[in-house]
Design a protein around this ligand. Structure first.
Ligand SMILES: Nc1nc2c(ncn2[C@@H]2O[C@H](COP(=O)(O)OP(=O)(O)O)[C@@H](O)[C@H]2O)c(=O)[nH]1
Ligand SMILES: [Mg+2]
Length: 191
């Protein structure tokens, strides 16, 4: 089965945001965590640019499944290669989106399975909790990179933090393990 996901638009300012009621699933996380790769896997398309150089996304990128759902690829946080002026504008847009956007149905915070939660991730999650607590889910990425028992135990630990301490539903994923993508996708497309 091939769904017809398409690139819709790229938002740099409030007025660029689509004005309708279509539910939006947001992918956020540190630069390089694997947002765009995951968006590509979920949509079965190579539509989101992936890169080896972090900090490139300067906008909110919207993909749409025929009037049913949208996926929003958020600009990565952590390291930014954009100018201060652009960064300020982008932060204002992100802020506005999180506080006001009614379309948000699920908000995924991606965490690298090897690196775990950083201070910035914790700060972001507590900020998000203020506005959209019930819509936040944690996605651990790149789990194929875990090789030894120690690293696998570390992921179990991260899972415990997500589930027990943060009280969030979580998913362990890898774009190289189709079953993990199918599971996540099923959850995202359920109401
Ligand atoms: N091994 C492995 N590498 C991944 C996975 N997902 C993403 N990557 C790699 O991580 C890098 C950053 O990915 P990207 O999707 O551009 O991250 P973004 O900055 O969060 O959008 C790229 O080199 C990807 O190929 C994964 O599941 N497994
Ligand atoms: Mg990206």
């Amino acid at each position: 089965m091939h769904e017809n996901w398409k690139f819709l638009t790229e938002a740099h300012k409030f007025t660029d945001l689509p004005q309708d009621e279509i539910p939006e699933i947001v992918f956020w996380g540190r630069s390089n965590v694997g947002k765009s790769s995951l968006v590509n896997s979920i949509t079965n398309l190579k539509i989101a640019k992936t890169s080896k150089t972090p900090g490139r996304t300067r906008s909110l990128v919207f993909f749409e499944l025929k009037g049913k759902f949208r996926i929003v690829d958020f600009p990565g946080y952590g390291f930014s290669k954009i100018s201060k002026g652009d960064e300020f504008k982008l932060n204002k847009l992100v802020d506005y989106y999180i506080k006001k956007r009614k379309n948000i149905c699920k908000f995924l915070v991606l965490i690298d399975s090897l690196h775990g939660f950083k201070k910035i991730d914790e700060d972001i999650i507590s900020q998000l909790n203020i506005f959209i607590k019930k819509k936040i889910f944690i996605v651990f990425t790149k789990q194929d990179r875990l090789k030894n028992k120690c690293q696998l135990d570390h992921l179990r630990n991260l899972n415990d933090i997500a589930g027990k301490k943060l009280n969030k539903k979580f998913f362990n994923t890898s774009i190289k393990q189709v079953n993990t993508i199918i599971l996540l996708k099923k959850f995202l497309m359920s109401s």
